[in-house]
Design a protein around this ligand. Structure first.
Ligand SMILES: Cc1cc2nc3c(=O)[nH]c(=O)nc-3n(C[C@H](O)[C@H](O)[C@H](O)COP(=O)(O)OP(=O)(O)OC[C@H]3O[C@@H](n4cnc5c(N)ncnc54)[C@H](O)[C@@H]3O)c2cc1C
Length: 493
């Protein structure tokens, strides 16, 4: 199978790129489950953009830098912020139904933002954007969609990326997808941690594949822990969007006391790392609750229909009950390093979205800047990738050792759980230098076991678990190297 562009991943960034690139050549989208299944599909809060005359690009840039502790790349931040209003218009043009008050876009508030600047589709913004993008992608003749196709490794020849080795998870066969340009849009790595609010697909495959191929990986120590995920025994770690706090919800401890007032001037809307650590500390004395019961029932049901319904299934009435919450791994700020045009250090390999490190987020991501980054950088990459493809005359016939293409079933569920548990306990919200070093040794030994198993044959769980181990090692090494506490990297000693 040979294409001009091979896009790995069908979240918002991959679909947005595919639509634009398809005007210039053939596109294959490989995605490991159904087209819709991605972090993008679960994004609740919205997408940040300066859309109000009282707001300004300078304020959005300043808020992004404050959240990122000023180690962001200013050029990348400015590019993202100034392109935001046009991206919202682009989404409206393809049919995204953002919430409105009469004719005007309804803008909500999130933590760390000094203005109401979050465009949203009720409380299920990602699903609505995915729906609109998929509608157009499915109609484009130049786009070929491969669901249940898990990219295993990049096809490399003389230091150049020529496509990917892909496992068809239904046929249980490994296929080679050759391409002039290969695009990583495979999202983040929340599944590395036991307590996370990412879907099961978020196993950091793109970061692991790129690292194995020699790509530069940066800032992996910065894993954002969302402060408020549901903490109900036996129930999923369901995310409770920051917009609930943006619309007035408060955090209270087991005694019913509001504790964020003494922690930060922005109280419940302080940057996420601060709120997450405050909740984590309070939890030593008992459960912590999110409380929006002071707002009108009709308002809550209309503003948060998706969250209201999900909580109802779990036995909680959001308008009457306090909601037990605890932090959970949420967003991978680091990743495959790219320039502002989506290029990595490997010719033929491009990256954007959560898999990439562009410098936008610095030490901590500002809420609702990630969907925005996905849109801006996937669009920025189109002209670069198109020019690259036009320069490649033909795709060489790249072969791989047939022993690497054997499918073999193995049960490694326990190893996956072990990686997730040790990462949550030792490389989580609060880190200790000694524990990080011991954890690294443990992870390396798990990695060796998984490497041996892969030599006998591959399967989807083995590929993903090996990627989890690889990414866990990248995170732990980066955490050891970063000596000072900054943003979402917090060293206790
Ligand atoms: C619960 C939740 C709420 C969020 N809310 C917001 C919000 O309100 N605002 C905001 O800005 N951000 C939010 N985020 C973050 C945001 O959703 C993500 O950062 C963003 O959607 C990432 O998009 P992406 O295109 O980079 O990757 P994703 O949307 O994660 O898509 C990655 C795709 O790659 C596929 N894939 C992965 N590995 C492979 C492989 N090996 N082979 C083939 N396919 C593969 C996956 O199946 C998936 O289709 C939220 C995230 C979560 C989890």
């Amino acid at each position: 199978m040979t294409y001009d562009f091979l896009v790995i991943g069908s979240g918002i960034s991959g679909l947005n790129f595919a639509l634009d690139a398809a005007e210039h050549g053939t596109v294959a989208i490989v995605t490991k489950k159904e087209l819709m299944e991605s972090n993008s599909n679960y994004a609740q809060g919205g997408i940040a953009a300066v859309l109000d005359s009282h707001d300004s690009f300078d304020a959005h840039v300043a808020d992004t830098l404050t959240a990122g502790c000023h180690i962001n790349d200013l050029e990348a931040v400015t590019l993202t912020v100034t392109h935001a209003p046009a991206q919202i218009q682009k989404l409206i043009d393809i049919g995204v139904g953002f919430s409105r008050k009469k004719e005007i876009l309804s803008l909500t508030q999130e933590g760390g933002h000094s203005a109401r600047r979050i465009a949203h589709a009720h409380d299920a913004t990602g699903k609505e954007i995915e729906r609109a993008l998929i509608f157009h992608v499915r109609q484009h003749q130049n786009i070929h969609i491969f669901e249940s196709h898990l990219a295993v490794d990049l096809l490399m020849q003389d230091g150049v990326c020529k496509g990917a080795e892909v496992l068809h998870t239904e046929k249980k066969e490994i296929e080679l997808f050759r391409a002039k340009a290969t695009i990583l849009a495979s999202g983040g790595a929340g599944q590395v941690f036991e307590r996370n609010c990412n879907p099961s697909v978020a196993t950091g495959d793109g970061i692991a594949m790129a690292a194995r191929a020699g790509a530069e990986i940066r800032d992996m120590e910065f894993i954002q822990f969302h402060p408020t995920a549901l903490a109900l025994e036996g129930k999923p770690t369901f995310l409770l969007s920051e917009t609930i706090r943006g619309e007035g919800a408060i955090l209270v401890n087991a005694k019913g006391e509001r504790f964020m007032e003494s922690q930060h001037e922005l109280k419940e809307l302080a940057p996420r790392d601060i709120v997450a650590r405050a909740i984590y500390a309070e939890m030593k004395h008992g459960p912590v609750y999110l409380d929006i019961t002071h707002r009108e029932s009709a308002y809550i049901k209309a503003r948060f229909p998706y969250i209201y319904e999900q909580l109802w299934w779990y036995g909680i009435k959001m308008d009457k009950d306090r909601i037990p919450v605890a932090p959970a791994a949420h967003y991978t700020c680091g990743g495959v390093h790219t320039n502002l045009k989506g290029e990595t250090n490997i010719p033929g390999l491009f990256a954007f979205g959560e898999v990439a490190h562009t410098g936008v987020h610095g030490a901590n991501r500002l809420a609702s800047n990630s969907l925005l980054e996905c849109m801006v950088f996937s669009e920025q990459t189109v002209p670069t990738a198109v020019a690259y493809v036009q320069d490649v005359e033909h795709v060489n016939h790249v072969e791989i050792d047939s022993r690497n293409m054997v499918y073999k079933k193995t049960d490694i569920h326990a190893i996956k759980k072990e990686i997730q548990k040790i990462m949550w306990e030792h490389v989580g919200i609060i880190r200790h230098e000694n524990e990080l070093k011991k954890t690294l040794q443990k992870l390396k030994s798990i990695q060796t076991t998984l490497e041996k198993l892969q030599k006998e044959g591959k399967n989807e769980m083995l590929v993903e678990t090996k990627n989890l181990a690889d990414v866990a090692i990248l995170i732990t090494k980066a955490a050891i190297e970063r000596k000072e506490s900054i943003g979402c990297h917090f060293i206790a000693d």
